[in-house]
Design a protein around this ligand. Sequence first.
Ligand code: GRF
Length: 233
Amino acid sequence: MLKRIAVLASGGGSNLAALHDYLRDGAPPEIVLVASDQPRAGALERARSWDIAAVTLSDRGSDASQIERLLQEHAVELIVLAGYLRHVPRSVVAAYRGRIINIHPALLPSFGGAGMYGRRVHAAVIEHGARVSGATVHFVDEEYDRGPIIAQWPVPVLYDDTPEALAARVLHVEHLLLPRAVHAVARGSVHLDDEGRLVCPVSREASVASAFTLHSESDDTIAEAIDRLFLDA
Ligand code: GRF
């Protein structure tokens, strides 16, 4: 079990909060550090309210030595990027390969990559006439939004969607998907093999196919379906 989690976030931290809520039963894993490139990020305020170490990263997150020192001081075993807009230094990605996770508010590899974040993602989905969007959790590698996909969950794009309406629908699914994906990686149920290939115990097609019939169901029903993505071997 990877027990000590660091969360990097640039914004309000609603994904951080969803993860904190999911993990708050006190059992491992736990969030031991929250860091942001933004001094006034809501994510840092949330961390302080939970008495979790909250650190502003210097040089807008490009100071690799500071990040490496923070991760070592807090004995971090797993890094979660929860709305983190900066490029993670290559030395950190290399040191945490297979132990650094990102959530993206679209179905990668579509609508991802440098510059694709926030409202822009959802505006592009709508502009291209996509009928399906969703959330993607993936392992981080040296390029934005490119590492092995851990899990995805779709949401419908409605004909009169604004970027804001779609963003809210996707964010809701992010809050259900990210914590369960993080826990699956933390307990080793999902991991990368020595060649960097994803190892995951179950075929997930069937579960995701149920997503659309569940779209209007309760969060508990959707959460149970997402849990089935990560059944242990
Ligand atoms: C989320 O939409 C996430 O997918 C993206 O940035 C947003 C962060 O929102 N990477 P929050 O700060 O977690 O509320």
